[in-house]
Design a protein around this ligand. Structure first.
Ligand SMILES: NC(=O)C1=CN([C@@H]2O[C@H](COP(=O)(O)OP(=O)(O)OC[C@H]3O[C@@H](n4cnc5c(N)ncnc54)[C@H](OP(=O)(O)O)[C@@H]3O)[C@@H](O)[C@H]2O)C=CC1
Ligand SMILES: CC(=O)C(=O)O
Ligand SMILES: [Mg+2]
Length: 594
């Protein structure tokens, strides 16, 4: 004791203290996490048992008409509900019936968000059981429209807003969030929301949507998920003039001011939630995305979904497609329209493909990169442009004479795989698809840009212009298309296949860093889920209706890699990682209350 007192007097860090000790002013809150000395401010949290009216308004515990007679007596609910008792299945049926009445997707979105805020378990039950139908509502494309109109449709706030006004107080802001055991944060600064550009603070729809997929598709507990929007202003003139805009009405902070806010945020997150909280960067503009990933990749558990998640999902699709188009990965030639990160994917995907190729053929990355070509807004990236290229494009500047259009690039390079990651809709024109089809028996065409309005081409265009020969997948979903009496089912090449399982794998292994080999592990697990039956339909991704099973196997592969690399802290390693992942997954079935 004496030595502890001495250390306190000598200014030892509070984090070095016995966590149960209150000696020298160390205080623990009810969660056992909020330590502070007497002169520091603490949050006066209390825990209470919800009952009666407040229980009905608590989305985490509310069951609506599904409260049993016994629960209604025990929890002061008599009279607050009509007499009928419904089970969750019937509630689900009722809600699905009602949501199907809405013709406008945004109305469906608002109804689902309202449900999430009213009865969380029912929301997740619906999402899990109807994933193919509801994914386009809570996620791309509808979430894009929701972000564009977020100010007008705003009702109850979701997630945590950290703006320039909170500079110097971010740790305090984090402590305002009611949950303490956070495992996954999805954060955006709203600068590049899908392919819709700068939506400022209204980008919040994206972290909210992504995290609902973490819970529904990946089984991470909703209470462990924290959506965050960092508001440094917006350069979107329309929003700045919009009277309903919800963010700071100023132009974007950049440079030092931006970097300092991000630095404070990253430090506060680590201080508040520890080393093992996963921070997923989402929809940052590429000038910040690469830098943030590089800067914090060595100190935090960070992952950029647009760069890394997209790369893993595309690689999985390509590897699976080899069964249909033939050849090995290294035998193919790739052409990208868009050299952003996709979202940051262009170069992010290209890099992961090159890495996998180099592992397969045991050749240096510099060699395998030569099989991959990129077109940006100035044309084909070639060595003569090297001096003026952004750093992340330089590795792709191969020897070739300048080529200014995508069509000419297709004709010159003769790619077997064409990947759209430009964020610009309808850029795969008839001539381009025809050119792909003239040099390939089965051209592989991936139109990754979101939402649907930004897709490089539609499924109908890809199949019609290639005379039914294209293998096609897109970032946002398209309906099956009947071409000359044959029904073609397009796949969805979207990072939603990857990040929920990848995140679960990191969480269950207690990983402290993300490593590229984990992305390859995630990608490999996804590609393995494509069975003969799925290939026969011309698909290169498994059905999303199986996503929980897919996520468990991705999680197991990722966790396995974390253990292999010595990056896992949850010891001992479970023997059967798939079973372990499944056992960790959140299920939204109602719990009984005593
Ligand atoms: N399917 C999925 O899972 C994902 C899809 N995406 C989608 O990818 C798209 C792009 O995202 P991201 O990489 O971040 O965007 P960026 O803005 O980072 O990059 C866009 C790239 O496309 C190039 N480009 C833009 N317009 C044209 C044009 N008309 N002709 C040729 N090149 C052009 C740009 O060129 P320059 O560099 O010269 O400006 C840039 O290289 C978005 O729509 C996003 O929704 C993103 C992540 C995941
Ligand atoms: C899917 C996704 O992450 C995007 O379009 O940005
Ligand atoms: Mg994204």
């Amino acid at each position: 004791m004496e030595s502890t007192m001495k250390e306190m007097r000598d200014g030892a860090s509070v984090l070095d203290m016995d966590p149960n000790s209150t000696v020298g002013g160390g205080v623990e809150d009810v969660y056992g996490e909020d330590r502070a000395t007497e002169d520091q401010l603490v949050t006066p949290w209390t825990i209470s048992v919800a009952s009666g009216y407040s229980l009905l308004r608590d989305p985490h515990h509310n069951k609506g008409l599904a409260f049993t007679e016994k629960e209604r007596d025990a929890h002061y609910l008599r009279g607050l509900l009509p007499p009928v008792v419904l089970n969750q299945q019937l509630q689900e049926k009722k809600f699905m019936n009602s949501i199907r009445q809405y013709q406008v997707p945004l109305q469906k979105y608002m109804a689902l968000m309202e449900l999430q805020e009213r009865n969380e378990r029912l929301f997740y039950k619906l999402l899990i059981d109807n994933v193919e139908e509801l994914l386009p509502v809570v996620y791309t494309p509808t979430v894009g429209e929701a972000c564009q109109k977020y100010g007008s449709i705003f009702r109850r706030p979701q997630g945590l807003y950290i703006s320039l006004k909170e500079k110097g107080k971010i740790l305090e802001v984090l402590k305002n969030w009611p949950e303490r055991s956070i495992q996954v944060i999805v954060v955006t600064d709203g600068e590049r929301i899908l392919g819709l550009g700068d939506l400022g603070c209204q980008g919040m729809g994206i972290p909210v949507g992504k995290l609902s997929l973490y819970a529904a598709l990946g089984g991470v507990r909703p209470s462990a998920c924290l959506p965050i929007t960092i508001d440094v202003g917006t350069n979107n003139e329309k929003l700045l003039k919009d009277e309903f805009y919800i963010g700071l009405r100023q132009r974007r902070a950049t440079g030092e001011e931006y970097a300092e806010l991000l630095q404070e945020f990253m430090s506060a997150v680590k201080q508040n939630y520890g080393e093992k909280v996963l921070i997923q960067f989402e929809d940052f503009a590429n000038h910040n995305a690469f830098e943030l990933l590089a800067k914090y990749g060595t100190t935090h558990l960070v992952f950029n979904d647009d760069i890394q998640g997209t790369a893993a999902v595309v690689l999985a699709g390509i590897v699976a497609a080899l069964k249909l188009i033939g050849g090995t990965l290294a035998e193919h030639t790739f052409l990208f329209l868009g050299a952003g990160e996709v979202r940051h994917a262009g170069t992010g995907i290209a890099e992961l493909i090159a890495l996998e190729m180099s592992k397969q053929v045991k050749a240096p990355l510099e060699e395998t990169r030569k099989k991959i070509w990129l077109v940006d807004s100035k044309g084909l990236i070639v060595s003569s442009r090297k001096d003026s290229l952004q750093h992340f494009k330089k590795p792709w500047a191969h020897e070739h004479e300048p080529v200014h259009s995508l069509l000419d690039a297709v004709k010159a390079i003769k790619p077997t795989v064409l990947i759209g990651s430009s964020g610009v809709g309808r850029t795969f024109t008839k001539e381009i698809i025809e050119a792909m089809a003239s040099v390939n028996e089965k051209p592989l065409i991936l139109a990754l840009s979101n939402p649907t309005s930004q897709s490089e081409c539609t499924a109908e265009e890809a199949y019609t212009w290639s005379e039914g020969r294209a293998i096609f997948a897109s970032g946002s979903p398209f309906d099956p298309f009947d071409y000359n009496g044959k029904v073609f089912v397009p796949g969805q090449s979207n990072n939603a296949y990857i990040f929920p399982g990848l995140g679960l794998g990191l969480v269950i292994s207690g990983a402290i860093r993300v490593h590229d080999d984990m992305l390859l592990a995630a990608s490999e697990a996804l590609a393995k889920q494509v069975t003969e039956e799925i290939y026969e339909k011309g698909l290169i991704y498994p059905p999303l209706s199986n996503i929980r099973k897919i996520s468990a196997s991705i999680a197991a592969n990722v966790a396995g890699k974390a253990y292999e690399l010595g990056l896992a802290t949850r010891l001992p390693r479970p023997q059967n990682l798939v079973k372990y992942a499944e056992s960790c997954m959140y299920t939204p079935i109602y719990r009984s209350y005593r």
